[in-house]
Design a protein around this ligand. Structure first.
Ligand SMILES: O=C[C@H](O)[C@H](O)[C@H](O)COP(=O)(O)O
Length: 223
């Protein structure tokens, strides 16, 4: 095995351990938000193995399909006004609990699910921990007036498959970051921005970090 193959294996183990620990937080009868991505891919079988009577909503079509295949009860996110818990991955986690999400373009639905959840649990491998958040910050923009929106935002590049499942244009903000709270406010206040991938610590309840063969638990006083 080469060094890089060993590193990948190590990171995958950390993702799996964090996901399996998070699956244990789900209780009988709960409504559960399911995130998107390669870390959540370990959550779905761990949750399905528990054979609980739970009701799930999915933040992407990919999660919806895999969760259903595994026998989880997944329903559309309508007629449900809150979720008991949601579990999702992240691209970056800073020391106070700010997250960057949306590397897979799912941040709009993920933020709606996070905001509706009483407990929002983030699962990451240790390589997602950063001292300072870095760009790009994923964006979803309305196609209408997109060049004017980009002009107001500064350095914005189209980085993903261009259209989200909800019809927005997926892009990345590459300008100065500075204080994440100030940037989050500016992005949210710019007409034409549907959503951005900065998730504040106030949304987050717990961060489970796979670290070697163990899981480090950080409670964030956000919720
Ligand atoms: O749009 C994608 C989501 O925000 C993911 O939760 C995030 O990119 C982390 O994904 P992964 O677990 O694959 O690193």
């Amino acid at each position: 095995m080469t060094k890089s193959e060993a590193e990948i294996l190590h990171i995958e183990t950390e993702k799996r351990l964090a996901a399996e620990a998070a699956a244990e937080l789900v209780e009988e009868g709960m409504t559960v938000g399911l995130g998107t991505g390669s870390t959540v891919a370990y959550l779905l079988p761990a949750l399905a193995r528990r054979k609980l009577e739970i009701s799930c909503v999915a933040t992407s079509l990919a999660t919806f399909d895999v969760a259903r295949e595994m026998g989880l009860r997944v329903q559309p996110f309508t007629g449900i006004d809150h979720l008991d818990i949601a579990i999702d991955g992240a691209d970056q986690v800073d020391p106070v609990g700010w997250l960057v999400k949306g590397g897979g373009g799912a941040h709009t639905r993920e933020k709606i699910v996070a905001g509706a959840s009483q407990r929002y649990v983030v699962i990451v491998s240790s390589n997602k921990l950063v001292d300072t958040l870095a760009v790009p910050i994923p964006l979803e923009l309305l196609a209408f007036g997109i060049d004017a929106t980009r002009c107001q935002l500064g350095d914005v590049r189209l980085t993903h498959a261009p259209i989200s499942p909800d019809g927005g244009v997926l892009a990345g903000y590459f300008g100065p970051l500075g204080d994440p709270a100030k940037l989050a406010c500016r992005l949210s206040a710019t007409p034409g921005v549907v959503s951005h991938g900065l998730f504040p610590p106030t949304m987050v309840s717990d961060i489970l970090v796979g670290h070697g063969n163990q899981v480090n638990w950080r409670h964030v006083d956000g919720q």
